[in-house]
Design a protein around this ligand. Structure first.
Ligand code: C5P
Length: 226
């Protein structure tokens, strides 16, 4: 099996705020994007890493990567889906792969065990995603007012990396109706009639989305080092 990791890092990170996109901010002195790259490199089953980055970021990213070997650097698009598609096409143009792990660079900590679970699940399905159960009570809300409660049984929070057989996810992206916007590659695969297996996620995989997420990530890294 040739397994490739596709890291998408072309977002602007508008919800985090600040001048620097979140993937370039540091945690424990190291850029978020490098945490994600190094986590993928630390897993013995990943043969190559492709990065999708924003326009004009190549010089900065190459400097950050230093001596790390990256198979490809591709410019992203306005939407996450477009950025993933650009990355998949770049991998295809570079010879393709058997399996791909699509990952948000904004999730710096990637446990090896989650990757093992995902790749193991690909023996039985075209796709597998890491999820965690929902712990909080859920309600609908509109205009700041509470609506109906939502039963949380059977509901999961979806994380990345998400693992797919490469040809299947590439084909699913290529025929996706361009007007619809999916936040998630597994949805795209499922729409094409494929089963997607759920494997256990990990609290460490939480995405950096809001400003306070960085303080939590610093604390997590510090406690992991002691
Ligand atoms: O914005 P959000 O937190 O959902 O982004 C998830 C991941 O997708 C981030 O790593 C971000 O850099 C990436 N992304 C992208 N291209 C976009 C939007 C988001 O590569 N246009």
């Amino acid at each position: 099996h040739r397994t490739v990791a596709l890291l998408v890092a072309a977002g602007t990170g508008s919800r985090v705020g600040g001048d620097i996109p979140k993937q370039f901010r540091t945690i424990g002195g190291k850029a978020v994007i490098l945490h994600a790259v190094d986590a993928m490199m630390a897993h013995g089953g990943i043969d190559a890493i492709h990065l999708v980055i924003g326009a004009g970021q190549e010089t900065q990213v190459r400097a950050l990567l230093a001596d790390r070997t990256i198979a490809g650097l591709t410019e992203g698009a306005d939407s996450r889906r477009g950025s993933v598609r650009a990355g998949l096409e770049a991998i295809a143009a570079a010879g393709g792969a058997d399996r791909v792990l699509i990952h948000d660079a904004a999730r710096p900590f990637v446990p090896t065990a989650v990757i093992d679970r995902l790749l193991g699940a690909l023996d039985d399905a075209q796709g597998a995603i890491p999820v965690l159960p929902v712990a909080d009570t859920l309600v609908r809300g509109a205009d700041g007012t509470m609506g109906d409660g939502v039963a949380r049984d059977g509901l999961f929070r979806v994380q990345t990396p998400q693992a797919f057989m490469f040809d299947t996810i590439l084909a699913a992206h290529r025929c996706w109706d361009e007007c619809r916007e999916a936040t998630d590659d597994a949805q795209i695969l499922k729409e094409q009639g494929h089963d997607v297996i759920l494997v256990a996620g990990d609290e460490g995989l939480e995405k950096l989305t809001y400003p306070q997420d960085f303080a939590r990530a610093e604390a997590r890294l510090a406690s992991a080092r002691t």
